[in-house]
Design a protein around this ligand. Structure first.
Ligand code: COA
Ligand code: AMP
Length: 631
């Protein structure tokens, strides 16, 4: 039996022993009474009775253990031409002051704080500062529009919101403060205070009383100590797209999260204390939470906060520069970033300009890694290119080729096998397990391992209904796929109305809800069509109300603006087409899957339940007019 198989089997047959041992690597204020409490399924609790502080484990512990002068965080911002390094001692001291600043505004254990920040070190510090005082952070990606931020404010009910005066997107300066003000106006819940980190490119006007200046507060803040919390207390909430306009508030606990993320650094990424790990993502996404902030710091590695893009800041050699400049051992990013580099530098000519001798692995996740991109990267880099599959809900990889355990043969198009701790199964609609090469629904037998969502924020009901009720005894991932005869997993895409645009998870349902408010529109459907660069992009089809005579040319720009204003530019909603009727089943269900196949130019069968098969020809024509449905 290989090492992977041995470890995987143990994680299944002796989860208490497996995770109990892993938990010994974390510093606890009080050791747990029970590794896992399975008394109230499907609500499982890890390390019940245990007490700890996540920030202590990420920072103070390393300073006390002799790593104080090692670099903890590197900030590299080609868009502002700033580079800065923080040692573990410096980062701990800064974070303690930010924590003191929050405490000074009355934030205490259990309070929520929203962080709406660009990729600056202060965003990382804010997250760790919340963890330090036991407050629950909720980071909202800077690309979301005020309406999306308002929805999150209403659900998380933050006492304080921390924001920046602006973000830099390539050459554009995006002012955050007007977006924040509008979101607070729209929201029913009002935070007591906001803290604004003023950046030199743009100074935001502050509202007296409510808005505080980061630098002014920091100047007088008293460093705050770590507050002990229960292993099962929430560390953060991260909202992610579901099938409706209301996002899901994924909850992460403190104990299980620290244990699993620490373990994942060696087991999956082969990273040891003192080595440099770089996740080129954004703190607004789960990859940023887990692998820019928490996991690298928990293990005592060096992490990088990169404020730039894979291309254009200034060129497609940006990633190779960072890797060589800081001696990065492993890079983690989304396949989209590599497709962007490949488009601009197809021969990889920038790679040879840099010394990549420390670079050992490229990890990709967030969307399907298409075999073309895999082969391109693997041929040029001549290093393992590791596809791994995970979700905001799990917080770490469900399937991967675990580099710290045993490198299994790589198969292009597959994220390899279940990570120890995850029991992945392929089910049919009835919940029966399918055999090799049979495509079905990807599910995970419960209990899920530590760090996975214990529930949704203040919504046990939705947690059960969305994830646990569809297939009792399993967690429903929302993805479809199969396993081959060697047990390799293939993730083929979502089976629900969630799409993945440039590695960003978005809800087509949310877009439909916005479009439906257009006064001229009777009904609409949004689905994800294949895109060479972004993996998928949303495409809309709409039907006008009776009597409306306006044209497609007049209406589409209005829809594009509505989605941009209400969801955000990252939705990348640019194309829609006017049609006479939506294809539906006789019971009224819109046939989005069929439309998606037509858009992608794939073979499709006419569903037997369709009310009017003739409509499909019209849809094909409409989609061809906007550049899709090519045969
Ligand atoms: N704040 C404000 N606006 C943002 C933003 C942010 N943090 N991030 C993106 N946007 C805007 C962009 O400026 C762009 O606006 P535009 O339509 O006015 O040009 C829009 O949202 C779409 O952004 P994006 O999809 O990122 O497209 P792009 O053309 O700017 O860049 C890539 C394309 C491939 C370079 C980029 O998508 C990328 O780096 N993707 C990697 C994704 C990733 O790391 N995902 C994390 C999961 S691991
Ligand atoms: P997010 O919650 O934003 O991380 O998005 C999770 C979704 O992205 C998953 O449910 C998948 O649909 C998709 N995804 C993530 N990683 C992969 C991967 N390696 N291969 C295929 N799809 C992936």
């Amino acid at each position: 039996m290989g090492r992977y198989e041995e470890i995987f089997k143990r994680s299944m047959s002796d989860k208490e022993g497996f995770w109990g041992e892993a938990a010994e690597k974390i510093s606890w204020v009080k050791k747990w009474d029970k590794v896992i409490d399975e008394s109230n399924p499907p609500f499982y609790k890890w390390f019940v009775g245990g007490e700890l502080n996540t920030c202590y484990n990420a920072l103070d512990r390393h300073v006390e253990g002799g790593r104080g002068s090692q670099t903890a965080l590197i900030y590299d911002s080609p868009v502002t031409e700033v580079k800065k390094k923080y040692t573990y001692s410096e980062l701990r001291d800064e974070v303690a002051k930010v924590a003191g600043m929050l405490a000074g505004l009355g934030v205490t254990k259990g309070d929520t704080v929203i962080i709406y920040m660009p990729m600056v070190p202060e965003a990382v510090m804010s997250m760790l500062a919340c963890a330090r005082i036991g407050a629950v952070h909720s980071v909202v990606f800077g690309g979301f529009a005020p309406n999306e931020l308002a929805i999150r404010i209403n659900d998380a009910m933050p006492k304080v919101i921390i924001s920046g005066s602006c973000g830099i997107e390539g050459k554009k300066v995006i002012e955050y403060k007007p977006l924040l003000d509008k979101a607070i106006d729209l929201a029913e819940h009002k935070p007591q205070n906001t803290i604004i980190f003023q950046r030199p490119m743009c100074t935001a006007p502050l509202t007296a009383g409510r808005d505080k200046d980061w630098n002014e507060l920091m100047a007088t803040a008293t460093p705050a100590p770590c507050v002990t919390v229960k292993a099962t207390d929430p560390l953060y909430i991260l909202y992610t797209s579901g099938t409706t306009g209301i996002p899901k508030g994924i909850v992460r606990d403190n104990g299980g999260h620290a244990v699993a993320l620490y373990q994942s650094m060696k087991m999956i990424y082969d990273i040891n204390p003192g080595e440099v790990f770089w996740a080129a993502s954004d703190v607004g996404w789960v990859v940023g939470h887990s692998y820019i902030v928490y996991a690298p710091l928990l293990i005592g590695a060096t992490t990088i906060c990169y404020e730039g893009k894979p291309i254009g800041t200034p060129d497609p050699g940006a990633f190779w520069r960072i890797i060589s400049e800081y001696g990065v051992k492993a890079l983690f990013t989304a396949p989209t970033a590599f497709r962007a580099i490949k488009k601009e530098d197809p021969t990889g000519s920038y790679i040879s300009k840099y010394d990549l001798s420390n670079f050992k692995y490229l990890f990709l996740a967030g969307e399907r890694l298409d075999p073309d991109t895999y082969h391109w990267a693997a041929n040029l880099l001549k290093r393992p290119v590791v596809d791994h599959w995970w979700q905001t809900e799990t917080g770490w990889a469900i399937a991967a080729n675990c580099m710290g355990v045993e490198q299994l043969p790589i198969k292009a198009g597959s994220p390899t096998k279940s990570v120890p701790g995850f029991d992945v199964k392929i089910l049919n609609e009835k919940g029966e397990e399918l055999g090799p090469n049979q495509e079905g629904i990807v599910a995970i037998r419960t209990p899920l391992p530590p760090a996975c969502l214990p529930t949704l924020w203040k919504n046990d009901k939705r947690f059960k209904e969305s994830y646990m009720d569809p297939f009792p005894g399993f967690y429903f991932t929302g993805d479809g796929g199969y396993k081959d005869e060697d047990g390799y997993l293939y993730i083929m895409g979502r089976v629900d109305d969630v799409i993945n645009v440039a590695g960003h998870r978005l809800s087509t349902g949310a877009m439909e809800e916005v479009i439906a408010t257009h006064p001229d529109i009777a009904e609409c459907a949004v689905f994800g069509a294949e895109d060479n660069l972004k993996g998928q992009v949303p495409v809309g089809l709409f039907v006008l109300k009776a009597g409306v005579t306006r044209t497609e040319e007049e209406i589409v720009p209005e829809l594009v603006k509505m989605i941009r204003d209400q969801i955000g530019a990252i939705a990348c909603f640019k194309q829609a087409s006017l049609i006479k009727r939506l294809p539906k089943t006789r019971s009224g269900k819109i046939l989005r899957g069929t439309m998606r196949k037509i858009a992608d130019g794939k073979e499709y069968s006419i569903p037997s339940t369709i009310d009017d098969p003739a409509i499909l020809g019209e849809i094909e024509e409409a989609l061809q007019n906007i550049g899709y449905a090519k045969k």
